[in-house]
Design a protein around this ligand. Structure first.
Ligand code: AMP
Length: 117
């Protein structure tokens, strides 16, 4: 699977453009989405070069996966979404409507998000 080295999340991870950082750990970064679709719209992005969910599942190390899931749950807890509820979305490929070809999960919440896609 070819990885696009100039995708916007690679630029943010490499410090070439600024991201609105919420929380980080050794293997992942959480940023506020630049065009939020809900009161809380945060993207959790692994630091490694993974195109999508399948690539991440097949090629990330156990530690990278653990740290990625840990960062999602830390953001959820930090924003009180573990209590209030939330939606997680990941898009993949053309049918999934993925715009940025670097694996990421959207966290949506802070209000009713059951109708959002
Ligand atoms: P997806 O369609 O799942 O690939 O979503 C890509 C998301 O990245 C969209 O919600 C965009 O608003 C968001 N996005 C694009 N550029 C930036 C940026 N520089 N900082 C934060 N979010 C961004």
């Amino acid at each position: 699977m070819n990885y696009d080295e100039i995708n916007v999340f690679r630029q943010i991870l490499d410090g070439k453009i600024a991201g609105d950082i919420v929380l980080t750990n050794e293997s992942a970064v959480a940023i506020n989405d630049i065009m939020p679709k809900a009161k809380i719209h945060i993207l959790v992005i692994p630091r490694g070069r993974f195109v999508d969910f399948f690539d991440f599942h097949a090629n990330a190390s156990s530690i990278e996966k653990q740290n990625f899931y840990d960062l999602i749950t830390e953001v959820l807890s930090m924003r009180g979404l573990d209590q209030a509820g939330f939606k997680l979305i990941t898009r993949s490929g053309s049918d999934g409507g993925q715009e940025v070809p670097h694996f990421h999960v959207h966290i949506l919440g802070g209000e009713f998000v059951g109708n959002l896609s």
